[in-house]
Unconditional design. Structure first.
Length: 645
């Protein structure tokens, strides 16, 4: 053993799966977390008791390693020797029997030889320590593991040998091995506790896709340094390379993050933008969901996408402490999966489409030089984001953001106090599918204005706060037992099927069930709005934007909206729509009555709605985003140049 070097030896049977995975991960983590002088003396090796010498790492083990950010391309199996054991400061083996085999060759290695799971359990029981400042400190930590061996509770020692078995055996190997390795890295290298938990969650989810043809996943370099150490950035470029100048010769590479593919306003907004032939080169990275690609199945072929990480279920912010803790672990796990993705390392800019994706995106970008842009689609307060979501937004997301795109002035103002000085921030309305100048509503000279209201509608997902229940009550008062229909267009995602059933029961109780159409998701919005005389937005909390309001206005409909939040930035009461006090059924019913009895008013409001200043079609919204992305990349590059100078 050299006094200036520290060697870790990882051992299994063939040195193509378990020990190969362990060595590649520990080598990468040492590079990430150890101070440079200590990392310079670190050496991680591996060997097999019966190795097929020269064989590369197994395909599925390699895919696990690469999914976790390690470079498995150079590994070749090596036969274990006595000298390798004697030279090692720490020997980690895959099973209890292999520990006995190693000690049978070199009995003096007792105090430095452990099974991986045994060392992980002992490491988890030790006090938290900062990253070691010397090789001697590393050796003292191995001594601490050995000294606590006797007092440590016994547990499972072995990691399954997956060789010759199915995909599930490899996933089980990851679940058994990766958390133990992360705890060893926490004790030896100073891996942050939050990242240990993140690796736990990734391994437990075991969402590794073992494609038969892995060429596309393994043909390029996977090396990454999220902390930008040793003169290399997270993109593998030499430190000092100007990201702006590198990207100015080609289209910006923008990585879009979304935590779900369930149809929602944010998802439709991003989909519409990516369908509008953006000037940048987009890539979509999704967290797994039961929907698969879901709404993004309609992405153009030119837009690549990938699903990686762990599921991000809805309702975390509204749950209790246990739900918040579980949700936090999933966010950390997704941050690891995002940071380790090759597309993250190759991006010129990362754009988070939702609050949840902003949380794990900010964590992934924390030690990266990649510019990070956040889409704010909700007001930044606990009522809108939930307590845990709000805490993440103001403590983690906004302090890391290099650029913020808000969907309304109110949304942006709610975030300003939490932004760093000099951060670019702009209001750009979401891509809402509007067709400016293509109004479908009646005009003042249209004969269809002469009769009473025939159809009232609301375009919004089924959700308790969207106000469908308020509209049902007001509709029943004004139009009950008349030849007037109420159409509610929108799915019931995020677990709101029960609310949909409750709305149906309310319609029955109010005596209007025969007049109400629950349409579910509607793809052809133009055709839908063309059937309506009056369109309503009645959300029970302030809408940050109200994409449906923009769609109503562009369609030239008579609009009734709650007098708070984003819609008030677009509607002037009595000019291009009617504003009513929020959560007030009486006021809503009064507005519907007014429109029912005054066809000329409906037509006048509809004509003014279609002429509302500032309405943008999807192509214009996309161009505004392209200009903003370019400004963010340029500003970040200028800021970094000024720091260097």
């Amino acid at each position: 053993m050299s006094p200036d070097a520290f060697t870790v030896l990882v051992v299994c049977t063939g040195n193509v799966n378990r020990s190969a995975l362990g060595a590649t991960l520990l080598e990468r983590w040492a590079e990430w977390y150890l101070p440079e002088p200590v990392a310079a003396g670190m050496r991680v090796t591996s060997a097999g008791l019966g190795a097929p010498v020269g064989t590369p790492m197994g395909r599925r083990a390699r895919m696990i390693a690469e999914a976790l950010g390690a470079d498995a391309s150079v590994h070749r199996a090596v036969q274990l020797t006595e000298q390798a054991i004697r030279d090692a400061d720490l020997v980690l083996v895959a099973s209890a029997r292999q520990r006995d085999d190693v000690l049978g060759q070199v009995p003096g290695a007792l105090h430095t030889t452990f099974t991986i799971r045994e060392a992980g359990r002992i490491a988890a029981s030790l006090p938290d320590l900062p990253a070691p400042d010397s090789v001697a400190a590393l050796r003292k930590r191995v001594e601490a593991i050995a000294q606590n061996r006797a007092s440590n509770e016994k547990g499972d020692e072995d990691i399954i040998d997956p060789q010759g078995k199915d995909d599930e055996a490899y996933r089980l190997m990851a679940r058994q091995e990766v958390p133990a390795l992360a705890r060893i890295a926490h004790t030896l290298f100073g891996m942050p506790q939050g990242e240990v938990l993140a690796y736990d969650a990734v391994a437990e989810a075991a969402a590794f896709a073992f494609a038969k043809d892995a060429a596309s996943d393994s043909s390029t370099d996977t090396r990454t340094r999220p902390r930008g150490r040793r003169g290399v950035t997270a993109l593998g470029r030499p430190r000092g390379t100007d990201r702006e100048s590198a990207s100015s010769r080609r289209a910006l590479r923008v990585l879009h993050l979304d935590h779900t593919s369930v149809p929602g306003g944010a998802e439709f907004a991003l989909l519409r933008m990516l369908q509008a032939e953006p000037a940048w080169s987009p890539f979509l990275l999704l967290a797994p969901s039961s929907e698969g690609l879901g709404v993004y199945a309609d992405l153009p072929d030119r837009v690549p996408s990938r699903i990686a990480g762990v599921r991000q279920p809805a309702g975390v912010s509204a749950g209790g402490a246990r739900a918040a803790l579980a949700g936090g672990a999933r966010v950390l796990a997704q941050a690891v999966a995002t940071r380790c993705a090759r597309v993250f390392r190759g991006a010129d800019l990362v754009d988070a489409n939702t609050a949840r994706s902003a949380a794990y995106g900010a964590l992934a970008a924390r030690w990266s030089r990649t510019p990070f842009v956040v889409h704010l689609r909700d007001v930044v307060d606990p009522d809108a984001l939930g307590r845990s979501g709000h805490a993440l937004m103001v403590r983690v997301v906004l302090p890391r953001a290099d650029g913020v795109i808000a969907n309304s002035r109110g949304t942006l103002e709610s975030a300003r106090a939490h932004l760093r000085p000099g951060v670019l921030a702009e209001v750009i309305p979401s891509a809402s599918g509007v067709r400016v100048g293509a109004a479908v509503g009646p005009t003042p000279s249209d004969d269809s204005n002469d009769g009473p209201v025939r159809t009232v509608g609301m375009l919004a997902r089924i959700d308790p706060w969207k106000g469908q229940h308020l509209l049902l009550k007001a509709f029943a008062r004004v139009y009950g037992r008349r030849e007037v229909r109420l159409q509610l267009a929108g799915d019931a995602p995020f677990g709101h099927e029960r609310h949909l059933a409750e709305l149906r029961r309310r319609a029955e109780a109010l005596g209007v069930a025969g007049q109400v159409d629950f349409l579910g998701h509607v793809s052809d919005i133009d055709a839908l709005l063309a059937r309506w005389d009056v369109a309503v937005q009645a959300s029970t909390r302030p809408e940050p934007l109200g994409q449906n309001v923009l769609q109503y206005l562009a369609a030239g409909l008579a609009v009734v909206a709650a007098d708070e939040g984003g819609p008030t930035e677009w509607i002037a009461d009595g000019v291009n729509g009617l504003l009513v006090p929020p959560r007030d059924v009486d006021a809503l019913a009064s507005a519907l009555t007014r429109l029912d009895t005054d066809a000329a008013l409906r037509a006048r409001l509809g004509a003014a709605a279609a002429a509302t200043p500032g309405l943008l079609d999807d192509a214009a919204v996309t161009r505004a985003h392209a200009a903003f992305y370019e400004r963010v990349v340029r500003l970040v590059a200028e800021r970094r140049r000024s720091v260097v100078e």
